[in-house]
Design a protein around this ligand. Structure first.
Ligand SMILES: [Mg+2]
Length: 275
């Protein structure tokens, strides 16, 4: 029997707040840990941290990327272990519904997260999804370690708050970050190349509107997760990832016999990090 043409061959999933809900509180705790890192490790004035971290997140994709751009230098692994190490992972519960949905889908499934591999592995393990993905595209896939460069101190920290308060100053002239992360189009293109993904045949799931917009700009079809309100550039919107089959039944249609939908590797740590 001939296999009918299927529009997609790959599903690319963000992890945090996409495969488990925002209500887990992980994102909130992570945000607090980042602020604590800025105060304790970088010595930033506590009264300025909230505004600064929001501004960096907005302009650079992640606060971490922004901190590097404005002149702070630190070991990436140390940063990640500080902000993720004490997260309440027990708040992430096994998701048997999502697991059976994923395992029944005869398509490539890949994680694409800005987080580091350890966090991705832990979250997937808590969800019970560690063998549902072909691999993980994570921080380490797009960035090399910074361990050897941390003594290259920049004496001058760029004052982004003052800069942006002057409306005459162009945002495009902000200092550049060495960190590659979503929603930069460079990051998405690089991730697709690494995993040999054709954007024309891929559906990209993310809870972040700006990631969805960036994905659309480089040719991915997109699913905004966490809201039923579609935005511009989102081809679909799912309030919860569990609504996948109702919203996109075609993913299961005209399918070849499901083969290789289950990936070997018991532990998430063994889920290959694509680097
Ligand atoms: Mg997310």
């Amino acid at each position: 029997m001939e296999i009918e043409y299927r529009k997609y061959d790959t599903l690319l999933f963000d992890l945090d707040d996409t495969l488990y809900p925002l209500s887990s509180g992980i994102a909130r705790e992570c945000g607090q840990n980042i602020k604590d890192y800025m105060a304790e490790k970088l010595g930033i004035d506590k009264t300025k941290i909230l505004e600064l971290s929001n501004s960096l997140y907005k302009n650079y994709g992640t606060t971490m990327a922004g901190l590097r751009a404005i002149g702070y230098n630190f070991d990436y692994d140390e940063y990640h272990s500080f902000v993720h190490g004490r997260l309440p992972y027990e708040n992430i519960k096994p998701d048997y519904i999502l697991r059976s949905l994923l395992l029944s889908l005869p398509l490539r499934k890949i994680i694409f997260t800005n987080a580091d591999k350890l966090h991705a592995a832990r979250a997937l393990e808590r969800l019970g999804l560690e063998d549902c993905f072909e691999g993980i595209l994570c921080f380490e896939s797009l960035n090399s370690t910074n361990r050897d460069n941390i003594n290259d101190h920049n004496d001058e920290i760029f004052d982004i708050i003052s800069y942006l308060s002057d409306h005459e100053k162009p945002v495009c002239a902000l200092p550049k970050t060495p960190i590659v992360c979503k929603p930069s189009e460079t990051a998405i293109v690089k991730a697709l190349e690494i995993a040999n993904i054709n954007p024309q045949r891929t559906l990209f799931f993310d809870d972040s509107v700006r990631n969805i917009q960036a994905g659309k700009r480089i040719g991915l079809d997109t699913v905004l997760v966490g809201t039923s309100q579609r935005v511009k550039y989102a081809d679909y919107a799912l309030e919860n990832i569990h609504n996948l089959k109702e919203a996109l039944p075609q993913l299961w249609e005209s399918e070849a016999k499901p083969e290789n939908v289950r990936y070997s590797g018991k532990l998430a740590v063994e889920t290959p990090v694509i680097a």
